[in-house]
Ligand binder design. Structure first.
Ligand code: SF4
Length: 191
């Protein structure tokens, strides 16, 4: 099956791609994340994803980085907690764009790396993916079967950068508290 995989960052991509390939799929990546702030952080995450793509022979498509495409839809949701309504809008935006690109380019389905993170609710992400794409969306929970641990091991192998906040300016502002919450984990920085 020819799958378009939305990639949020290189670390989460590692284990997701490995698992999709193990299932027998031909995977292409789509880095589309207008949520990431600031631009230097966006470029850093993109650079790491391109590095991974070269290492593992992944075809990578890079989406537009136009922050207004993200700030518009989340207007009024600035004070939402991480995991709340703003995140649902953020997931929907990135998955909708991935679905559209996959349909336009002859893919058999699409999915996302977002479910690798233990900080994200896979059920919410899968519900949104299903609403957008129906059976064209491949429901996955990549954190299952120690997927997150595998992502940590692979990212270490490839020497990938681990961010310490989810991505948007609002999550960046709260990163100190989030760090404290997860500081016992060796890889607490990755989100
Ligand atoms: S916390 Fe993460 S998922 Fe939620 S809105 Fe910000 S970037 Fe998107």
């Amino acid at each position: 099956m020819k799958v378009l995989l939305h990639i949020c960052c290189a670390v989460c991509a590692t284990a997701s791609i490995e698992r999709l390939r193990e299932e027998g799929n031909s995977v292409s990546g789509y880095f589309y994340n207008p949520n990431i702030h600031p631009q230097s952080e966006y470029l850093n995450r993109l650079k790491e994803t391109e590095k991974l793509a070269r290492e593992i022979g992944l075809s990578l498509i890079v989406g537009e980085y136009r922050v207004e495409h993200w700030f518009g839809p989340v207007k009024g949701l600035e004070d939402e907690p991480e995991g709340g309504k703003r995140c649902e809008v953020c997931f929907r935006l990135r998955l909708s764009q991935t679905c559209q690109l996959a349909r336009q380019n002859g893919f058999d389905g699409f999915t996302t790396t977002l479910t690798v993170s233990p900080h994200k609710n896979s059920k919410t992400i899968n519900n949104i993916g299903r609403e957008i794409g129906g059976p064209f969306f491949l429901e996955r929970d990549f954190k299952k079967k120690e997927g997150f641990e595998r992502a940590m091991a692979l990212s270490k192998k490839y020497g990938l950068y681990h961010q310490n906040y989810c991505g948007c300016v609002f999550s960046q502002n709260k990163k100190t508290g989030l760090y404290t919450q997860h500081k016992k984990s060796e890889f607490s920085g990755n989100r």
